[in-house]
Write a protein that binds this ligand. Structure first.
Ligand code: PLP
Length: 277
């Protein structure tokens, strides 16, 4: 498998990064993940502007306008031009002797790989999820490579044979370990506001836009932990998850079979069309 590293295409086993890369030492970097669907990267501009914002927030100087050209170079070398695939991209601060403060005159390390992957037309996941305390730091808006909190919280879901861990902070639902979370009650759609306690997902933004187009009322309001069980529907959003119905949360089942709520279904269908189907 070929990867992109600092302008070069290499077999993954030949690609080498210094052990003093700050990505390795501190998790000091920003990443993105996006999908090419029906020949185009889905909301590529939104992904790249979130990348630029993330880099600016942690003061890594890198011009993202060169990224599309580099992606193309990688896809060409991987024979993935125009094909359905997933792209992972990360930019770390670069290599320097270990010290906390940002080093001066440092060259960022840029790494990318693409994998062929076809997303299902309509999501068939009926997710079982658990809730846990959101013990991550309070800058979850930064899509940083340091994902230890998310990884630990996701592992809890795996231990419980669940798809995701829904996170609660100060008594309200924030998001999940690698997805955003939505609830539906009386045809009103709710999701946590985009502040420093969540990653503002591109799929989340698309769903908000679709609610407008479908005439669904949307409130960016946090749902309290004890209201979870009174909701009519709940779903997860994310680049690889797309829109996944939540069937069960802790011991509470929204549905006893593989029903998908009417609002979730409507959004899934609209999302499917948006992908160019
Ligand atoms: N929330 C977290 C913590 C994530 O890691 C992700 C994606 O990786 C998302 C939400 C969903 O974001 P997007 O829809 O941009 O994939």
């Amino acid at each position: 498998d070929k990867v992109y590293l600092n302008g070069e295409i290499l077999p993954s086993e030949k690609a080498q990064v210094s052990v003093f890369d700050r990505g390795f030492i501190f998790g000091d970097g920003i990443y993105e993940a996006m999908a090419q669907i029906n020949g185009v990267f889905f909301y590529e501009e939104a992904h790249l502007s979130r990348l630029a914002e993330g880099l600016a927030k942690i003061r890594i100087q890198y011009d993202v306008s060169q990224i599309p050209k580099e992606i193309n170079y990688l896809l060409e070398s991987s024979d993935l031009i125009g094909k359905d695939c997933f792209l992972y991209l990360q930019i770390t601060r670069g290599v320097a002797p270990r010290q906390h403060a940002f080093p001066k005159d440092i060259q960022p390390t840029v790494f990318m790989y693409a994998l062929p992957k076809v997303l299902p037309d309509i999501n068939t996941i009926h997710a079982k999820v658990i809730t846990r305390e959101d013990f991550r730091w309070s800058r979850c808006d930064i899509k940083m490579t340091s994902l230890l909190g998310n990884v630990m919280l996701n592992e809890e879901a795996m231990q419980h044979e669940c798809y995701e861990t829904v996170l609660c902070r100060n008594g309200v639902v924030t998001e999940a370990s690698h997805c955003n979370v939505f609830f539906v009650k009386d045809n009103v759609v709710y999701t946590h506001p985009a502040n420093e306690f969540i990653l503002n997902g591109i799929t989340r933004l698309v769903v908000i836009q679709l609610c407008g187009e479908l005439g669904l009322e949307l409130k960016e309001e946090a749902i309290s932990e004890d209201e979870i069980y009174n909701k009519d529907e709940a779903f997860l959003t994310g680049t690889s998850t797309q829109i996944a119905s939540i069937q069960q949360i802790n011991d509470h089942s929204y549905y006893t079979d593989s029903t998908v709520g009417p609002v979730t279904k409507k959004l899934q269908e609209a999302f499917h069309h948006l992908k160019g189907n």
